[in-house]
Ligand binder design. Structure first.
Ligand SMILES: [Zn+2]
Length: 412
C-alpha cells in the first residue's frame, strides 16, 4: 500500500511570495524545525540564484554534520539543461532536484508566445532530467506547472517521458488552485496508473481547497498504485492565496474520518512541534496566524458559548477533534512586560552577554563573545527584527555555518 510523504516548499514557494521573505538564518531554522517535525523533504531554495549559494551549501554542510538529518534538501529550478548545469556549478553537493516547466496550452501559448510547442516542453524536460542524472542527482522530480489546466493525454506523455529518462517523481502542480477534490482525484489516479511514478501534489488555495485537493490527489496517487508526496508550506504562506498548510495537511491526513487507515503518512511525524514552527514562521514572515487557523490559531481550542463550554469541560472530545497537547500547545510562554534588552545590529557586548546569559549560553572568553556578537549583528542586518532565542543559540553553536549564511557578495 502506498504512503504519503510530506515535501515542504516554504523555503521556495513561501519566500517567492509577493511582499514576503526570510533571511538565510530564518530559512535555515525552518529546515531544522521541518526536520524535527519529521518532514521528508524541504525544498530549501533556488540553486541557480547567486545569493542563495552560500545558504544552500551551508545547509548541505549541516546535513553532512548530521544536524539536518534525515530530512532531504531539494533545490528547485527550471527544467532546462542549462539551469541544471548552473545548479551543479554553484552548489556542487546538491543531490535532490525538482525541475519545473509549464505544460498547459494556456502557458505554452501565453508565456512562450509561439517560441515553444508541446514537443519542446517534453524535450526540454527530458534533457534537463538527463543532465541532472549525468551530474549526479540522487532524486529528480519532473514538475508540470499548471498541470490542472493541461490536456490529460499530454500530461501522461510528459510523465511517461520523465519516467523513461529516470525521473523519480512527477509533480502535479495545481498552480492556480483550479482543481477541486473530484477532478484532482481522477487526474492523479490516471497519471499514477499510466505514468508509473509517485505523484507530488502541489496545490494552491485560490478557491479555498488546497488542503482538500492535496488529500484527494494523494488518494488518487495511492489508488493508482503509487506513493504520494504532498507539497506544503508553513501557515499556508505562498503565492496569492497560498499553498496547502503543513499543519492542516497533517491534521487532515491523520484525524479526518477514516483516511489514515488507508492512506497513511510515511515516517514518524512529531506534531508537537507544530506550535513552535507555526509561531516562528509567523514571526519570521511578519504574518499573523489567523485566529481560526486549524490547530495553531488562537481560537482553535477556545470555547465561549454555554453549551460548548459545558460540553468541553465534561469531556473535551465533545467539542474538540484533537487536543492542544497534540500540537505542542499548553505550555506557558514567557513574555517580557518590563525592561527588555534586544540583540540588534548596533548591540554592544554588555547587553549581548546579558541576553545570552538569560538563555544559558556562556563564552570561554571575551574574544569568543565578541565573535558571536558580530555574527548576531549581521543576522539582524539581514532580518531587521530582534533575533529569537533559537537564532541566537544557532549562531552560538554553529558560528562557522552562521558566517557562511551571512556572507553575501553581489556581482562576484
Ligand atoms: Zn506554487
Amino acid at each position: 500500500m502506498g504512503k504519503i510523504y510530506l515535501l515542504d516548499v516554504t523555503n521556495r514557494d513561501g519566500v517567492q511570495t509577493a511582499k514576503l521573505g526570510l533571511s538565510k538564518i530564518e530559512k535555515t531554522l525552518i529546515n531544522i524545525y521541518l526536520n524535527e517535525l519529521g518532514v521528508f523533504q524541504s525544498e530549501f531554495g533556488f540553486p541557480t540564484t547567486r545569493h542563495e549559494t552560500r545558504y544552500l551549501q551551508a545547509n548541505l554542510e549541516l546535513a553532512e554534520m548530521g544536524v539536518l538529518q534525515p530530512i532531504r534538501l531539494g533545490g528547485w529550478m527550471r527544467a532546462i539543461a542549462s539551469d541544471v548545469e548552473t545548479a551543479f556549478k554553484l552548489v556542487p553537493s546538491i543531490r535532490h532536484l525538482n525541475l519545473s516547466i509549464s505544460t498547459s496550452d494556456q502557458m505554452i501559448d501565453g508565456k512562450f508566445l509561439g517560441r515553444k510547442t508541446r514537443d519542446h516542453i517534453v524535450s526540454d524536460m527530458v534533457e534537463a532530467v538527463d543532465t541532472a542524472r549525468a551530474l549526479g542527482a540522487e532524486s529528480v522530480g519532473a514538475n508540470a506547472e499548471d498541470a490542472s489546466r493541461t490536456d490529460l493525454n499530454f500530461l501522461i506523455k510528459f510523465g511517461q517521458a520523465a519516467q523513461e529518462h529516470g525521473a523519480d517523481r512527477m509533480r502535479y502542480c495545481d498552480t492556480l488552485g483550479y482543481d477541486n477534490p473530484f477532478t484532482i482525484y481522477q487526474a492523479v489516479k490516471t497519471l499514477a496508473e499510466k505514468v508509473g511514478l509517485p505523484i507530488e501534489l502541489h496545490c494552491h488555495g485560490d478557491l479555498g481547497m488546497a488542503v482538500a485537493n492535496s488529500l484527494a490527489g494523494a488518494k488518487g496517487a495511492i489508488d493508482g498504485g503509487q506513493d504520494a508526496y504532498i507539497n506544503t508550506t508553513i501557515n499556508g504562506i505562498g503565492e496569492r492565496a497560498g499553498n496547502a498548510d503543513l499543519v492542516a495537511v497533517i491534521l487532515a491526513a491523520v484525524k479526518s474520518k477514516g483516511f489514515a487507515e488507508e492512506y497513511p503518512l510515511a515516517g514518524s511525524i512529531d506534531l508537537t512541534k507544530a506550535w513552535k514552527i507555526a509561531g516562528f514562521a509567523s514571526y519570521a514572515f511578519g504574518v499573523p496566524i489567523p485566529i481560526n487557523q486549524p490547530g495553531v490559531g488562537a481560537n482553535a481550542f477556545a470555547h465561549a458559548s454555554g453549551i460548548h463550554a459545558d460540553g468541553v469541560l465534561k469531556d473535551p472530545e465533545n467539542y474538540e477533534l484533537y487536543s492542544f497537547e497534540d500540537l505542542g500547545r499548553g505550555e506557558p510562554e514567557f513574555v517580557e512586560t518590563g525592561r527588555e534588552l534586544c540583540t540588534g545590529e548596533y548591540s554592544g557586548i554588555s547587553g549581548f552577554s546579558h541576553v545570552m546569559g538569560k538563555i544559558e549560553v556562556s563564552f570561554s572568553d571575551r574574544d569568543e563573545a565578541n565573535k558571536v556578537l558580530e555574527l548576531a549583528r549581521y543576522a539582524n542586518v539581514e532580518s531587521q527584527k530582534p533575533l529569537v532565542e533559537d537564532e541566537l543559540l544557532f549562531i552560538a553553536k554553529y558560528p562557522d555555518i552562521a558566517r557562511k549564511l551571512l556572507t553575501l557578495t553581489p556581482l562576484e
